[in-house]
Design a protein around this ligand. Structure first.
Ligand SMILES: [Zn+2]
Length: 134
């Protein structure tokens, strides 16, 4: 029984980032059939995950800050401009059926109801609905 020294190298990649470790650990036979992993290996994975995840989240946040469109959205808008159609503005609500972001069917039309409503349409599945504008 007792500890056994092991040299280990870890290369952990996620979201296009890679974290590495080159260290030695104590590997020990635990009680019964339970083999124990050195706490530092667990710590490495936790820290590497948190670091790479934070960087990934920062990049996504920066894209959202810049209001960058996806390529699909850009291309759809470009085709609509070529055909002389105005792209439908985003309604900032998710489709109740497929969760795609819904769009105003007619950017200029508000229904004369109380409260006022606008027709929204889902570019994903075609679902039409009303969005209360209050
Ligand atoms: Zn939908």
């Amino acid at each position: 029984m007792g500890d056994h020294r092991a040299d280990i190298k870890i290369k952990f990649s996620m979201y296009g980032e890679t974290e590495t470790a080159d260290m030695w650990i104590n590997w020990s036979v635990g009680s019964g059939e339970c083999y124990e992993v050195d706490q530092r290996v667990i710590d490495f994975f936790r820290d590497a995950y948190l670091k790479m995840r934070a960087k990934y989240d920062d990049e996504i946040f920066k894209l959202q800050e810049q209001d960058v469109k996806t390529l699909d959205d850009h291309n759809r808008d470009a085709y609509a401009r070529m055909q002389g159609q105005e792209p439908r503005p985003k309604a900032h609500v998710a489709c109740p059926k497929c969760h795609s972001e819904m769009e105003y069917e007619d950017p200029h039309m508000v229904l004369a109801s109380y409260p006022p409503k606008r027709v929204v349409i889902c570019p994903g599945c075609g679902h039409r609905d009303y969005k209360v504008e209050a």
